[in-house]
Design a binder for this molecule. Structure first.
Ligand code: FAD
Ligand code: MG
Length: 317
């Protein structure tokens, strides 16, 4: 499949999600509104100013659930944008072909990344035709990240704006805007953040529906992926057992009334692919967790999303 075909597949995922009506849950309906809002940002507030088809826009990708959702929506919007260009062109559609072979993408890699995440990034880089620039010097703190992005800009001077899957519920995310310059201590470029209003539940609703592969760490109870030395499965997802005195009783409600059954039942590709294949792994460390935790998508409380992120440096965020 070429990138031109992939963007069409993503468009089909988004459109079919938007068409779900019968028996749709409140979460699904809310997520449909979130999809429409993000689509509007891309088509009305971003693409008229920064052209996504000539390398002015790049995408910050780290294989996490948020940027995967945003990537699917971005690819979907690219198809719509391309269609609009064709329709307003003086040449017939048959004389056009999708102009990008690869999508400009940047990943600032820390040395301590989970192997399962690394394999997932490699696999999705091929699947979504990302021209992934990978910088391996990053030591995990935001100031260094700025330096690494400067290197990326030096090597890719066409880049004017970078898309980021940050949400309002992330640390320091509450005052961010959909379109804004970087802070003064960062290299200067436009930050495009069209996922800010999405809640955790919206992320799982769309991702589980999409039928796309999901990073297997989430299947084993992780909910927010940092480095290998500072991330554990989310304690709020630990299953009930005799030894678990701190069992999170709210989990019983989620287990008895799983919020995304509708998404899984209606998932766009369940007809030819079982859901469990989407987060399968051969990573022995993960399998050894032995199903002690429920999958990450059993946690929909935004305030608990980062409970598996351990602070190593006491004086740092
Ligand atoms: P996540 O929830 O995992 O990350 C949120 C999003 O950030 C991801 O969806 C992805 O799009 C991107 N991202 C995270 N980690 C990486 C990575 N290793 N490689 C590539 N993309 C990644 N902070 C400031 O204080 N001022 C700034 O001006 C500023 N500009 C930024 C510009 C860009 C392009 C990026 C990626 C980050 C910037 N940041 C800036 C930092 C940002 O606000 C977050 O602190 C940072 O993205 C980590 O987010 P998180 O811990 O919430 O992790
Ligand atoms: Mg996130």
């Amino acid at each position: 499949m070429s990138l031109g075909e992939v963007v069409k597949v993503c468009y089909n995922i988004t459109s079919s999600f938007l068409q779900l009506q019968l028996n749709a849950t409140e979460i699904t309906k809310e997520t449909q509104r979130a999809v429409l809002r993000t689509r509007h940002y891309f088509l009305n507030d971003i693409f008229p100013y920064w052209n996504p088809l000539n390398n002015e826009i790049s995408f910050a990708y780290n294989g996490g659930k948020d940027c995967q959702v945003l990537l699917l929506l971005y690819l979907s919007a690219l198809w719509e944008y391309y269609m609009i260009q064709i329709c307003t062109s003086q040449y017939e559609p048959k004389f056009h072909s999708f102009p990008l072979k690869k999508l400009p993408t940047v990943f600032i890699n820390s040395n301590e990344i989970f192997p399962a995440l690394e394999s997932f990034i490699t696999m999705t880089t091929q699947r979504y035709h990302l021209s992934l620039y990978e910088d391996k010097q990053f030591s995990g703190c935001s100031d260094d990240m700025a330096t690494e992005f400067q290197k990326y800009l030096d090597l890719n001077p066409m880049t004017k704006a970078i898309i980021i899957g940050v949400r309002h519920s992330d640390p320091h995310g509450d005052t961010l805007k959909t379109v804004q310059m970087t802070d003064s201590n960062w290299p200067q470029f436009i930050r495009l953040q069209p996922l800010l209003e999405w809640d955790l539940a919206n992320i799982w609703s769309f991702l589980l529906y999409s039928g796309e592969p999901i990073c297997p760490l989430y299947r084993y109870g992780y909910t927010s992926l940092g480095g290998i030395n500072n991330t554990i499965p989310n304690p709020y997802l630990k299953k009930q057992s005799n030894s678990n005195e701190n069992y999170n009783k709210d989990l019983n409600d989620t287990i008895n009334n799983f919020p995304f059954q509708y998404e899984l039942n209606n998932s766009i590709r369940t007809s030819n692919q079982s859901n469990s294949k989407r987060w399968e792994t051969d990573d022995a460390d993960l399998i050894a967790l032995n199903d002690e935790y429920l999958p990450g998508w059993y946690l929909i409380d935004d305030s608990k999303e980062r409970a598996g992120r351990i602070k190593i440096h006491k004086n740092k965020e």
